[in-house]
Design a binder for this molecule. Structure first.
Ligand SMILES: *[C@@H]1O[C@H](CO)[C@@H](O)[C@H](O)[C@H]1NC(C)=O
Ligand SMILES: *[C@@H]1O[C@H](CO)[C@@H](O)[C@H](O)[C@H]1NC(C)=O
Ligand SMILES: *[C@@H]1O[C@H](CO)[C@@H](O)[C@H](O)[C@H]1NC(C)=O
Ligand SMILES: *[C@@H]1O[C@H](CO)[C@@H](O)[C@H](O)[C@H]1NC(C)=O
Ligand SMILES: *[C@@H]1O[C@H](CO)[C@@H](O)[C@H](O)[C@H]1NC(C)=O
Ligand SMILES: *[C@@H]1O[C@H](CO)[C@@H](O)[C@H](O)[C@H]1NC(C)=O
Ligand SMILES: *[C@@H]1O[C@H](CO)[C@@H](O)[C@H](O)[C@H]1NC(C)=O
Ligand SMILES: *[C@@H]1O[C@H](CO)[C@@H](O)[C@H](O)[C@H]1NC(C)=O
Ligand SMILES: *[C@@H]1O[C@H](CO)[C@@H](O)[C@H](O)[C@H]1NC(C)=O
Ligand SMILES: *[C@@H]1O[C@H](CO)[C@@H](O)[C@H](O)[C@H]1NC(C)=O
Ligand SMILES: *[C@@H]1O[C@H](CO)[C@@H](O)[C@H](O)[C@H]1NC(C)=O
Ligand SMILES: *[C@@H]1O[C@H](CO)[C@@H](O)[C@H](O)[C@H]1NC(C)=O
Length: 846
């Protein structure tokens, strides 16, 4: 474009345009320019010095590019600047002190760069600043007291840097502050009592520092506080009863500190709580009956304390609970049948206490349960056969109790990924469906192996196919529940994208619709769907609905909208914001494109590319569509997903783990090409990759890596496992649960590859297709390895598909799965060290 023909240009908006190369210098020759938005492109090079000539500029946004070098000091000449967003680039060096001349600046976003040095004292001159985001850089030093001059500040984010020293007392002047995020730095000392002056504070994040002292009395004045995170510090002392004044609190995290004493009864007032995390402290005493008032609680973590007494009867009122961890305390007594009212419970962890009595037969009420750990207690009586009806259960640990009787009646438990019955008083024969389980699971009992044999694989499969349909319906529900429980507070900061569509509500919400092909306005979407009329709805789930909207320019988009109630729920809100955050950061041919979003308290929706053919999950379950998905289309789907994941893990500026890869989250367009969607659970990994991220377990049952059952450490290898499940599912036409079960135990030699292929498609005739299937299944089996370390990286998988090096000398029908699995142990995908027959060297990738 020849900019010199447009001397009067005032607005230049080119976000999301796949722009590459450097920022063109001709832009500097537009003297009237007021508004410049080049965000979310692939621009490289440095910020041109001549930008200083655009003295009328009010809005400058280059976030999400790959701009390198320093922030030019001469930017300080743009005296009219209101909004400056340089976030998510590769900028380095310090913040130039000349930025202090930008007296009109209201928003300054610098996060996600490699900036260093300390915060310049001159920042105190930016008295209109409302948002200051500096997180995820390498800033260091003390926070200057001049920050106290920024009296308009609403959001201050300094997390994940190397800041040191105490929390400065000048922060007390920032009385408009709603969000104060200092987590993951090196702050020391106590929480100062003047925190009480920050009356508008809604979110306070202090976790991951070296703060100490007790919780100040004055915390009780922060009555708007919704999230308080203090975990991973060295706080100590009693929890003061003043905490009961924080009636808006939704999330309270005090774990991994040195708190002592009983929980104060004033906690009973916190009836909005959804997450209460007190684990790994020195709390004592009983859980008081008032916990029953926490009707909204979804996650309760008390493990690693010295709580005692029985579980209060009233705990049965917590019917929304999804995660309950009480392990390593001194609880005693029976577990009551009331606990079995928790229809949403996903994980129940009671190990290492002194519980006694029988396991109540009402346990069958816990229909969503996937993880049950009752080990190291003194439960007695029989294992109730009702356990067998918990179809979602994948982890069962009853080790080290006083259980008696036989185990034969648990006939549906063959789906378990993990079972441990050792050190009990069980007797009789080990039922045949557990014959493949590691015998250590039965140690310390009087159990013996019988002489029965497993059914033939065919019978086995037919039996489980019926099960699958039942289970998948529940799976869908679980996927939505996991949405619900992944609550953590709103950490995604609001970004003002366009001055024209910007509305800043009194309550601080932002409405943010991006431009798309020139224009998507909020009104267009409301008009196109007649204010989300039911007739435009194409799908609905627990969290919200998906609508199809035709915009005035003819484009069709999909809208994912939260239901009204859910929109007020911070955990849904979080997963929505998470999705926005990640989808704005990635761009890949096979990753669904986000065109825009509206994040407003009363109306939350995301605008996506429309995918005509729905999810891979549904396509594989519909016989007609499954046949339309012929071998080459299926291979392409697997390849595309491998490349997309390799991109997320290895080619993004900051690697992303998706955490919820499943056939439900792979969407197909009208050409049956696959796109990865649903980034609600995704997390950034440290670029370095040797680091681990801990998190609550997330994802869709049946696709979750087995190690997540016993460790909360997540890394990219969880996605690799889920990819393995999806790849097998695509080839088999159904969930590969039987194969997974065998991989966990022992692999039968006599299962042939051609037997597991989707029976609705013909056995492949072309050599190239057959070879590609062999390659996909081999890699998928490697990805499904129990040990995360022996799974290949997605980059290796993706490269193996691009340049396959695989020997398969036998006729297709004579290849067994065990053989493919053994091949993997030669790690041929790394260097192709195996013998390769020349006819198998040709390119198979798309
Ligand atoms: C900051 O403001 C003070 C007066 O308020 C002024 O003297 C000083 O020069 C300003 N600093 C910068 C860098 O603009
Ligand atoms: C900041 O980083 C630059 C290079 O990026 C380096 O030269 C400089 O010494 C660093 N400054 C500080 C204070 O660490
Ligand atoms: C805290 O609130 C109480 C009354 O609600 C008030 O008397 C006290 O001054 C407040 N403390 C601070 C430090 O603002
Ligand atoms: C908090 O830590 C500082 C050093 O960082 C120490 O001087 C102080 O005594 C500690 N206070 C408490 C209450 O432990
Ligand atoms: C618990 O629920 C029962 C009935 O569901 C109710 O009678 C009781 O008052 C509730 N307890 C509390 C503390 O809310
Ligand atoms: C719980 O522990 C406290 C001491 O921390 C003790 O006084 C009390 O008797 C215990 N209660 C039960 C039921 O064991
Ligand atoms: C078995 O459980 C008891 C408590 O019931 C505990 O003291 C003991 O350490 C446990 N043994 C093992 C091996 O875990
Ligand atoms: C466990 O309970 C049984 C009674 O059910 C009792 O005889 C036994 O002593 C208890 N074991 C422990 C370690 O408390
Ligand atoms: C299994 O053992 C029982 C006796 O223990 C015997 O009657 C039966 O024939 C055996 N079955 C097989 C298949 O060996
Ligand atoms: C909404 O759509 C109707 C046609 O369906 C059109 O007449 C009207 O002008 C549109 N309104 C807006 C605000 O775009
Ligand atoms: C990666 O992180 C580890 C520790 O987490 C550190 O020792 C190592 O130097 C880092 N490597 C790079 C290349 O940053
Ligand atoms: C990551 O987790 C694994 C297993 O918990 C541990 O061995 C490893 O040291 C961790 N790496 C880092 C960098 O923390």
């Amino acid at each position: 474009m020849n900019f010199s023909l447009l001397p009067n240009l005032a607005f230049l908006e080119l976000p999301e345009n796949f722009l590459t190369g450097i920022i063109p210098l001709q832009i500097c020759a537009l003297p009237k320019l007021m508004y410049l938005d080049l965000s979310n492109n692939n621009l490289t090079g440095e910020l041109p010095l001549c930008l200083q000539n655009l003295i009328l500029l009010e809005f400058l946004d280059i976030h999400l590019n790959q701009i390198v070098g320093y922030i030019p000091p001469k930017l300080g000449n743009l005296k009219r600047l209101i909004h400056l967003d340089l976030s998510f680039n590769l900028l380095c060096g310090t913040i130039p002190t000349t930025l202090a001349k930008l007296r009109n600046l209201m928003q300054l976003y610098l996060q996600g760069n490699s900036l260093n040095g300390s915060i310049p004292l001159e920042i105190g001159n930016l008295t209109d600043l409302a948002c200051l985001s500096m997180e995820d850089n390498t800033f260091s030093g003390f926070i200057p007291s001049e920050i106290g001059n920024l009296k308009s500040l609403i959001e201050l984010r300094l997390s994940s840097n190397f800041f040191i020293g105490p929390i400065p007392s000048s922060l007390a002047h920032l009385t408009s502050l709603r969000i104060l995020d200092l987590h993951d730095n090196f702050f020391v000392g106590p929480i100062p009592s003047y925190v009480a002056k920050l009356r508008n504070l809604m979110q306070l994040y202090l976790q991951g520092n070296s703060l100490n002292g007790s919780i100040p009395l004055e915390i009780g004045n922060l009555t708007d506080l919704a999230c308080l995170s203090m975990e991973d510090n060295t706080f100590s002392g009693f929890i003061r009863s003043e905490i009961g004044s924080l009636k808006s609190l939704i999330e309270l995290r005090l774990s991994s500190n040195f708190f002592v004493g009983p929980i104060p009864s004033s906690l009973a007032h916190l009836t909005s709580l959804r997450i209460l995390d007190l684990h790994d402290n020195f709390f004592v005493g009983p859980i008081l009956s008032y916990v029953a008032k926490f009707r909204n609680l979804t996650q309760l973590y008390l493990q690693g304390n010295s709580f005692n007494g029985s579980i209060a009867l009233e705990i049965g009122n917590l019917t929304n609970l999804a995660y309950l961890s009480l392990e390593e305390n001194e609880f005693s007594g029976c577990i009551m049948s009331e606990i079995c009212n928790f229809h949403s419970l996903i994980e129940l962890r009671l190990s290492s206490n002194s519980f006694t009595g029988p396991i109540p037969s009402e346990i069958e009420g816990l229909k969503s349960l996937t993880h049950l750990d009752l080990s190291s207690n003194n439960f007695s009586g029989k294992i109730p056969h009702q356990l067998g009806s918990l179809v979602m259960l994948s982890y069962l640990n009853l080790r080290n109790n006083s259980l008696q009787g036989t185990v034969t009646q648990l006939n549906e438990l063959f789906r378990l990924n993990y079972i441990d019955l050792s050190s009990n008083h069980l007797t009789g024969e080990i039922p045949h469906y557990l014959a493949n389980v590691d015998y250590k699971a039965f140690y310390g009992n009087e159990l013996f192996f019988g002489n029965g044999t497993l059914e033939k694989i065919d019978g086995f499969k037919r039996m489980s196919r019926v099960m699958h349909m039942k289970i998948y319906i529940i799976l869908m529900a679980i996927a939505f529940i996991s949405f619900l429980v992944l609550g953590s507070c709103i950490i995604f900061r609001h970004r003002v994208k366009s001055m024209k569509s910007e509305t800043v509500e009194k309550n601080g919400d932002f409405l943010s619709i991006w431009n798309y092909d020139g224009r998507i306005a909020y009104e267009d979407i409301i008009n196109a769907t007649e204010d989300f009329d039911i007739k435009y709805c194409i799908g609905t789930g627990g969290y919200g609905s998906v609508y199809r909207a035709q915009l005035p320019n003819g484009k069709i988009v999909a809208l994912k909208k939260l239901h009204h109630l859910e929109a007020e729920d911070p955990s849904f809100d979080q997963s929505f914001r998470n999705e926005v955050k990640h989808l704005t950061e990635v761009r890949h041919r096979s990753i669904i494109k986000l065109h825009g979003f509206c994040l407003h308290r009363r109306c939350m929706f995301l605008v996506y590319e429309y995918m005509e053919r729905g999810s891979l999950f549904c396509a594989l379950r519909d016989d007609v569509e499954a046949m339309e998905l012929d071998w080459s289309k299926r291979l392409n789907i697997v390849w595309d997903m491998a490349h997309a994941l390799s991109y997320l893990h290895h080619d993004c500026a900051r690697p992303i783990v998706h955490r919820d890869i499943s056939s439900n989250n792979i969407l197909l367009d009208n050409k049956m090409q696959a796109f990865l969607s649903d980034f609600g659970m995704a997390r950034l990994l440290e670029p370095n990759f040797s680091s681990n991220l801990t998190a609550n377990i997330a994802g869709t049952h049946g696709y979750i890596a087995p190690e997540l059952a016993y460790t909360l450490v997540i890394n990219e290898k969880c996605d690799v496992y889920s990819f393995g499940v999806v790849a097998m599912e695509t080839i088999m036409g159904e969930h590969p649960s039987d194969i997974i079960l065998m991989l966990m135990t022992f692999f039968r030699e006599d299962i042939m590859l051609h037997q597991i292929l989707d029976p609705r498609l013909p056995i492949p005739r072309e050599n190239s297709v057959a070879r590609s299937i062999v390659l996909v299944v081999s890699l998928a089996l490697a990805c499904l390895s129990n040990d995360p370390k022996s799974r290949p990286a997605m980059k290796q998988v993706s490269e193996a598909f691009r340049a396959p090096k695989l020997a398969f000398p036998k006729p297709f029908r004579s290849i067994s799965l065990a053989q493919l699995q053994k091949n993997n142990q030669g790690v041929w995908w790394e260097g192709g060290s195996r013998e390769t027959s020349s006819s198998l060297q040709e390119e198979q990738g798309p």
